[in-house]
Ligand binder design. Sequence first.
Ligand code: CP
Ligand code: NVA
Length: 307
Amino acid sequence: MSYRHFLDLSDAGGDGIAAMIADALDRKALRQGWPKGKADADAPLAGHVLGMVFEKNSTRTRVSYDMAMRQLGGSSIVLDAGTTQLGRGETIADTARVLSGYCDAIMIRTDDHAKIEQMAEYASVPVINGLTDASHPSQIMADLLTVIEAGKPLPGLKWAWLGDGNNVLASIMEAAALMHFDVVAACPQGFMPSESDVARGQGRARVVGTAAEAVEGADVVVTDTWISMGQEHAETKLKAMWPYQVDETLMGKARADAVFMHCLPAHRGEEVTDAVMDGPQSLIWKEAENRMHAQKSILRWCFGQIG
Ligand code: CP
Ligand code: NVA
Protein backbone atom coordinates (compact mmCIF):
# COMPACT_ATOMS: atom_id res chain seq x y z
CA MET A 1 0.00 0.00 0.00
CA SER A 2 1.35 3.44 -0.85
CA TYR A 3 1.07 6.04 1.86
CA ARG A 4 2.51 9.37 3.03
CA HIS A 5 3.16 10.81 6.48
CA PHE A 6 1.78 14.22 7.41
CA LEU A 7 4.25 15.44 10.02
CA ASP A 8 4.40 19.03 8.83
CA LEU A 9 2.84 21.15 6.08
CA SER A 10 6.03 20.90 4.03
CA ASP A 11 5.36 17.16 3.60
CA ALA A 12 2.46 18.10 1.32
CA GLY A 13 3.94 21.28 -0.20
CA GLY A 14 1.89 24.11 -1.66
CA ASP A 15 0.30 22.01 -4.40
CA GLY A 16 -0.66 19.27 -1.97
CA ILE A 17 -2.18 21.78 0.45
CA ALA A 18 -4.15 23.45 -2.35
CA ALA A 19 -5.45 20.07 -3.51
CA MET A 20 -6.51 19.13 0.02
CA ILE A 21 -8.32 22.43 0.56
CA ALA A 22 -10.16 22.07 -2.75
CA ASP A 23 -11.18 18.54 -1.75
CA ALA A 24 -12.32 19.72 1.69
CA LEU A 25 -14.48 22.48 0.18
CA ASP A 26 -16.07 20.03 -2.27
CA ARG A 27 -16.80 17.40 0.35
CA LYS A 28 -18.14 19.92 2.85
CA ALA A 29 -20.54 21.32 0.23
CA LEU A 30 -21.76 17.85 -0.73
CA ARG A 31 -22.89 16.95 2.78
CA GLN A 32 -24.59 20.16 3.93
CA GLY A 33 -27.51 19.29 6.20
CA TRP A 34 -26.58 15.63 6.60
CA PRO A 35 -26.40 14.02 10.05
CA LYS A 36 -22.81 14.38 11.28
CA GLY A 37 -22.15 10.66 11.57
CA LYS A 38 -23.45 9.67 8.13
CA ALA A 39 -20.66 8.59 5.79
CA ASP A 40 -19.96 10.48 2.57
CA ALA A 41 -21.60 8.77 -0.41
CA ASP A 42 -18.28 7.43 -1.76
CA ALA A 43 -16.96 6.38 1.70
CA PRO A 44 -13.36 6.57 0.43
CA LEU A 45 -11.77 5.13 3.59
CA ALA A 46 -14.35 2.39 4.20
CA GLY A 47 -12.98 -0.23 6.55
CA HIS A 48 -9.97 1.88 7.56
CA VAL A 49 -9.11 2.44 11.22
CA LEU A 50 -7.18 5.42 12.63
CA GLY A 51 -5.33 4.86 15.91
CA MET A 52 -5.10 8.14 17.86
CA VAL A 53 -2.37 8.41 20.49
CA PHE A 54 -2.71 11.28 22.97
CA GLU A 55 0.12 12.21 25.29
CA LYS A 56 -1.60 15.56 25.92
CA ASN A 57 -5.21 16.68 26.40
CA SER A 58 -7.51 17.38 23.46
CA THR A 59 -11.11 18.18 22.64
CA ARG A 60 -11.09 19.31 18.99
CA THR A 61 -8.35 17.09 17.61
CA ARG A 62 -9.79 14.00 19.24
CA VAL A 63 -13.39 14.52 18.14
CA SER A 64 -12.67 16.01 14.71
CA TYR A 65 -10.33 13.18 13.64
CA ASP A 66 -12.80 10.60 14.92
CA MET A 67 -15.67 12.25 13.01
CA ALA A 68 -13.47 12.68 9.94
CA MET A 69 -12.88 8.92 9.88
CA ARG A 70 -16.59 8.18 10.34
CA GLN A 71 -17.52 10.48 7.47
CA LEU A 72 -14.91 8.82 5.26
CA GLY A 73 -16.50 5.46 6.06
CA GLY A 74 -13.87 4.34 8.57
CA SER A 75 -13.48 4.44 12.35
CA SER A 76 -10.96 5.36 15.03
CA ILE A 77 -9.55 4.14 18.33
CA VAL A 78 -8.39 6.61 21.00
CA LEU A 79 -5.31 5.66 23.02
CA ASP A 80 -4.60 7.92 25.98
CA ALA A 81 -0.94 7.53 26.87
CA GLY A 82 -1.80 7.36 30.57
CA THR A 83 -3.87 4.22 30.10
CA THR A 84 -1.62 2.47 27.58
CA GLN A 85 1.80 0.88 27.95
CA LEU A 86 3.35 4.04 26.47
CA GLY A 87 2.65 5.56 29.86
CA ARG A 88 4.69 2.77 31.47
CA GLY A 89 7.71 3.16 29.24
CA GLU A 90 7.02 1.07 26.12
CA THR A 91 8.99 2.78 23.38
CA ILE A 92 7.51 4.83 20.55
CA ALA A 93 9.29 2.54 18.08
CA ASP A 94 7.71 -0.61 19.51
CA THR A 95 4.32 1.10 19.78
CA ALA A 96 4.58 2.18 16.13
CA ARG A 97 5.24 -1.38 14.98
CA VAL A 98 2.43 -2.84 17.08
CA LEU A 99 -0.18 -0.25 16.09
CA SER A 100 0.75 -0.70 12.42
CA GLY A 101 -0.54 -4.26 12.74
CA TYR A 102 -3.96 -3.13 13.95
CA CYS A 103 -4.55 0.27 12.42
CA ASP A 104 -4.39 1.67 8.89
CA ALA A 105 -3.07 5.05 10.08
CA ILE A 106 -1.78 6.62 13.30
CA MET A 107 -2.35 10.13 14.58
CA ILE A 108 -0.25 11.23 17.52
CA ARG A 109 -0.31 14.27 19.82
CA THR A 110 2.84 14.47 21.85
CA ASP A 111 5.47 16.83 23.27
CA ASP A 112 8.85 16.25 21.61
CA HIS A 113 8.64 16.44 17.80
CA ALA A 114 11.36 13.76 17.61
CA LYS A 115 8.80 11.27 18.93
CA ILE A 116 6.51 11.74 15.94
CA GLU A 117 9.47 11.38 13.61
CA GLN A 118 10.35 8.15 15.36
CA MET A 119 6.74 6.99 15.08
CA ALA A 120 6.90 7.62 11.34
CA GLU A 121 10.24 5.82 11.03
CA TYR A 122 8.99 2.64 12.65
CA ALA A 123 5.35 2.61 11.51
CA SER A 124 4.35 0.89 8.28
CA VAL A 125 1.20 3.04 7.98
CA PRO A 126 0.75 6.83 7.59
CA VAL A 127 1.55 8.92 10.68
CA ILE A 128 -0.20 12.28 11.23
CA ASN A 129 0.88 15.13 13.51
CA GLY A 130 -1.94 16.02 15.89
CA LEU A 131 0.28 18.65 17.63
CA THR A 132 3.79 18.57 19.01
CA ASP A 133 5.74 21.22 20.90
CA ALA A 134 7.16 22.25 17.51
CA SER A 135 4.12 22.43 15.21
CA HIS A 136 0.40 21.95 14.67
CA PRO A 137 -0.12 21.39 10.93
CA SER A 138 -3.58 19.79 11.30
CA GLN A 139 -4.78 23.05 12.86
CA ILE A 140 -3.30 25.24 10.18
CA MET A 141 -4.91 23.21 7.39
CA ALA A 142 -8.25 24.15 9.00
CA ASP A 143 -7.17 27.77 9.32
CA LEU A 144 -6.21 27.98 5.65
CA LEU A 145 -9.54 26.43 4.68
CA THR A 146 -11.40 28.89 6.90
CA VAL A 147 -9.68 31.95 5.43
CA ILE A 148 -10.32 30.79 1.85
CA GLU A 149 -13.93 29.99 2.73
CA ALA A 150 -14.26 33.55 4.07
CA GLY A 151 -13.53 34.79 0.54
CA LYS A 152 -9.85 35.61 1.03
CA PRO A 153 -7.52 33.85 -1.43
CA LEU A 154 -4.23 33.25 0.41
CA PRO A 155 -1.56 34.77 -1.88
CA GLY A 156 -0.64 38.28 -0.79
CA LEU A 157 -2.62 38.30 2.46
CA LYS A 158 -1.14 39.74 5.65
CA TRP A 159 -1.64 37.56 8.72
CA ALA A 160 -0.85 39.07 12.13
CA TRP A 161 0.10 36.88 15.09
CA LEU A 162 -0.04 38.21 18.64
CA GLY A 163 1.43 36.79 21.83
CA ASP A 164 3.42 33.62 22.34
CA GLY A 165 5.85 32.46 19.65
CA ASN A 166 4.63 28.88 19.81
CA ASN A 167 3.93 25.69 17.85
CA VAL A 168 0.84 27.11 16.11
CA LEU A 169 2.80 30.14 14.91
CA ALA A 170 5.56 27.85 13.62
CA SER A 171 3.07 26.09 11.34
CA ILE A 172 1.57 29.40 10.18
CA MET A 173 5.07 30.56 9.25
CA GLU A 174 5.60 27.38 7.28
CA ALA A 175 2.23 27.86 5.57
CA ALA A 176 3.16 31.44 4.64
CA ALA A 177 6.06 30.23 2.51
CA LEU A 178 4.07 27.42 0.92
CA MET A 179 0.91 29.42 0.21
CA HIS A 180 2.53 32.82 -0.53
CA PHE A 181 1.13 35.06 2.20
CA ASP A 182 2.95 37.14 4.81
CA VAL A 183 2.88 36.65 8.57
CA VAL A 184 3.96 39.38 10.96
CA ALA A 185 4.29 38.30 14.57
CA ALA A 186 4.41 40.53 17.64
CA CYS A 187 5.73 38.63 20.65
CA PRO A 188 7.40 39.81 23.85
CA GLN A 189 11.11 39.41 24.50
CA GLY A 190 11.85 35.89 25.66
CA PHE A 191 8.78 34.43 23.95
CA MET A 192 9.59 35.07 20.31
CA PRO A 193 9.61 32.30 17.72
CA SER A 194 12.99 30.66 17.19
CA GLU A 195 15.13 31.73 14.25
CA SER A 196 14.53 28.34 12.65
CA ASP A 197 10.75 28.83 12.92
CA VAL A 198 11.00 32.25 11.27
CA ALA A 199 13.19 30.67 8.60
CA ARG A 200 10.32 28.29 7.77
CA GLY A 201 8.62 31.37 6.34
CA GLN A 202 11.36 31.71 3.70
CA GLY A 203 11.25 35.52 3.87
CA ARG A 204 7.48 35.75 4.36
CA ALA A 205 7.60 35.62 8.18
CA ARG A 206 8.95 38.36 10.42
CA VAL A 207 8.77 39.50 14.02
CA VAL A 208 8.03 43.10 15.00
CA GLY A 209 8.13 44.93 18.31
CA THR A 210 4.56 46.05 18.87
CA ALA A 211 1.10 44.58 18.51
CA ALA A 212 -0.06 47.68 16.62
CA GLU A 213 2.67 47.23 14.00
CA ALA A 214 1.74 43.60 13.47
CA VAL A 215 -1.99 44.19 12.97
CA GLU A 216 -1.64 47.37 10.86
CA GLY A 217 -3.48 46.59 7.63
CA ALA A 218 -3.77 42.87 8.45
CA ASP A 219 -6.32 40.65 6.70
CA VAL A 220 -6.19 37.93 9.35
CA VAL A 221 -5.51 38.35 13.09
CA VAL A 222 -4.55 35.23 15.05
CA THR A 223 -3.61 34.49 18.61
CA ASP A 224 -3.38 31.49 20.93
CA THR A 225 -3.13 30.72 24.62
CA TRP A 226 -0.20 32.35 26.39
CA ILE A 227 0.55 29.13 28.24
CA SER A 228 0.73 26.04 26.03
CA MET A 229 0.30 22.50 27.29
CA GLY A 230 3.35 21.37 29.19
CA GLN A 231 4.48 24.92 29.99
CA GLU A 232 4.56 26.35 33.48
CA HIS A 233 1.83 28.87 34.33
CA ALA A 234 4.33 31.64 35.16
CA GLU A 235 3.14 35.08 36.27
CA THR A 236 6.19 36.67 34.63
CA LYS A 237 5.12 35.29 31.27
CA LEU A 238 1.52 36.49 31.68
CA LYS A 239 2.80 39.94 32.61
CA ALA A 240 4.94 40.13 29.46
CA MET A 241 1.96 39.10 27.31
CA TRP A 242 -0.59 41.75 28.31
CA PRO A 243 0.45 44.31 25.64
CA TYR A 244 -0.32 41.64 23.03
CA GLN A 245 -3.92 40.95 24.07
CA VAL A 246 -6.32 41.08 21.11
CA ASP A 247 -9.11 43.51 21.98
CA GLU A 248 -11.45 45.62 19.88
CA THR A 249 -9.01 48.56 19.81
CA LEU A 250 -6.29 46.36 18.34
CA MET A 251 -8.71 44.76 15.85
CA GLY A 252 -9.61 48.30 14.77
CA LYS A 253 -6.05 48.74 13.44
CA ALA A 254 -6.44 45.80 11.06
CA ARG A 255 -8.32 46.07 7.80
CA ALA A 256 -12.03 46.77 8.24
CA ASP A 257 -12.81 43.34 6.73
CA ALA A 258 -10.16 41.50 8.76
CA VAL A 259 -11.08 38.19 10.37
CA PHE A 260 -10.07 36.87 13.79
CA MET A 261 -9.02 33.27 14.41
CA HIS A 262 -7.92 31.24 17.44
CA CYS A 263 -7.20 27.51 17.43
CA LEU A 264 -8.93 27.16 20.83
CA PRO A 265 -9.11 26.46 23.69
CA ALA A 266 -9.10 30.17 24.52
CA HIS A 267 -8.40 31.83 27.83
CA ARG A 268 -11.00 34.55 27.49
CA GLY A 269 -9.84 37.80 29.04
CA GLU A 270 -6.17 36.86 28.60
CA GLU A 271 -4.96 36.56 24.99
CA VAL A 272 -8.32 37.75 23.62
CA THR A 273 -11.36 39.59 24.95
CA ASP A 274 -14.92 38.27 24.84
CA ALA A 275 -15.85 41.15 22.54
CA VAL A 276 -13.42 39.93 19.87
CA MET A 277 -14.10 36.21 20.41
CA ASP A 278 -17.85 36.74 20.05
CA GLY A 279 -17.66 39.71 17.67
CA PRO A 280 -18.59 39.96 13.99
CA GLN A 281 -15.02 39.43 12.74
CA SER A 282 -14.52 36.18 14.65
CA LEU A 283 -14.40 32.92 12.66
CA ILE A 284 -13.58 30.70 15.62
CA TRP A 285 -16.55 28.32 15.42
CA LYS A 286 -16.18 27.81 11.67
CA GLU A 287 -12.46 27.31 12.23
CA ALA A 288 -13.14 24.63 14.83
CA GLU A 289 -15.65 22.82 12.60
CA ASN A 290 -13.22 23.02 9.70
CA ARG A 291 -10.75 20.87 11.65
CA MET A 292 -12.96 17.93 10.67
CA HIS A 293 -13.36 18.91 7.02
CA ALA A 294 -9.66 19.67 6.53
CA GLN A 295 -8.58 16.49 8.26
CA LYS A 296 -10.73 14.32 6.02
CA SER A 297 -8.60 15.63 3.18
CA ILE A 298 -5.37 15.14 5.13
CA LEU A 299 -6.36 11.50 5.67
CA ARG A 300 -7.18 11.04 1.98
CA TRP A 301 -3.88 12.67 1.03
CA CYS A 302 -2.01 10.27 3.32
CA PHE A 303 -3.54 7.35 1.43
CA GLY A 304 -2.67 8.82 -1.96
CA GLN A 305 -6.27 9.66 -2.85
CA ILE A 306 -5.47 13.37 -3.39
CA GLY A 307 -2.53 15.23 -4.94
N1 CP B 1 -7.01 23.37 18.61
C1 CP B 1 -6.80 22.17 19.12
O1 CP B 1 -5.91 21.42 18.72
O2 CP B 1 -7.69 21.84 20.11
P1 CP B 1 -7.61 20.60 21.10
O3 CP B 1 -6.42 20.81 21.98
O4 CP B 1 -8.90 20.62 21.84
O5 CP B 1 -7.44 19.35 20.28
N1 NVA C 1 -0.23 26.17 21.63
C1 NVA C 1 -1.25 25.34 22.23
C2 NVA C 1 -2.20 24.83 21.20
C3 NVA C 1 -3.33 24.03 21.73
C4 NVA C 1 -4.24 23.49 20.67
C5 NVA C 1 -0.60 24.20 22.96
O1 NVA C 1 0.39 23.64 22.46
O2 NVA C 1 -1.05 23.87 24.06
